[in-house]
Design a protein around this ligand. Sequence first.
Ligand code: PLP
Length: 393
Amino acid sequence: MSIKAAVRTLPDVRADFPGLTTDWHYLDTAATAQKPQAVIDATVKAMGRDYATVHRGVYARSADMTLAYEAARRRIAAFIGAREDDVTFVRGATEAINLVAYSHPRKGRVLLSMLEHHSNIVPWQLAGWQVDVCPLTEDGSIDLVAAEKLLTPEHEMVAFAHVSNVLGSPLDVARAAELAHRVGAELLIDGCQAVPRLPVDVGALDCNYYVFSGHKLYGPTGIGVLWSNKLDALPPWQGGGSMIDRVTFEKTSYAPAPTRFEAGTPAIVEALGLAAAVEYIAQHGIEAIRAHECALVASLREQLARKNSITLFGPENSAGIVSFAMAGVHPHDIGTILDENGVAIRAGHHCAQPLMEHLGVPATARASFGLYSNQDDVTALIEGLARVERIFG
Ligand SMILES: Cc1ncc(COP(=O)(O)O)c(C=O)c1O
């Protein structure tokens, strides 16, 4: 059987998502995904009937909640091919990158790329790293040939997006790892846009850190993951309850990772919600989601390419995300008019101002897909754009 034939086809799942009201075409999943009822139910249960703190209580409810919290960690770890002890719960990708940038014992040179989200630029600057920038290829992918030339033994870190939040460009992570490790640098991958749409096996990727946010993975806000096989090499970042072994005024010793990085009462409800999201995705199959989004991207790119007024950004093999501009119309105007048609896209700099400067535009219009998106969404967008053309034509 061919791989293609083995990939399941996604059923219509819109009814699972109460946020997807009739006649509303949500094309902003790259910003945040709508939540399936299974996630809402799991969080309501965790916040209601099952609610208690974790890791401290001596009573049964708290012990049960501790088991559920750690089971959530195991479930999420399995989803990305990780060992549970290598998974730290954080607030999101932004916090994960700050954690690595600040707590890393050697703050030397970091190689970033031109397409990074601000959350993979600013933490490095703030924490005192020297930032170098890898250019992009003509079609908007990270140029790994250029990266090879730029990397020197002075580089401690390479930090790249697995999938660009603006262009959808996927990264060849294995090749990036090879280049980084050849000069002795570590590799951090920002997986925010990859985890919801591509199979991710951190063991096979050969990176050192992999970070993502739960709310883009159909889970709640306020929860995300820092995966690393080097967590034990990182000193604590934030101090507080839970992360310690023994505290005295003279000297404090710390718990092993990942507990060492989870200071204070954690996001218990959110962790359980994220585990429910991962379970929901696994039921449908990430390969099926990838194939589904791939077909939608191909269809949208093809229809946009037929419009003379449209400039398309990003490579043909963009994962789930399509950015474009319309001649003479600001993306905010496109977004506002589309909203009147019940089509929700993102318009702006997408927290990637250096990339906007590189593209020579102040902003782009961006449509992004999820497992609930369908051809009706694409058609509604194309019809909406025809209306924009008529208004500005
Ligand atoms: C590629 C990428 N990295 C990082 C982030 C930051 O994620 P969060 O705001 O959830 O921390 C985003 C959010 O848009 C993103 O798309």
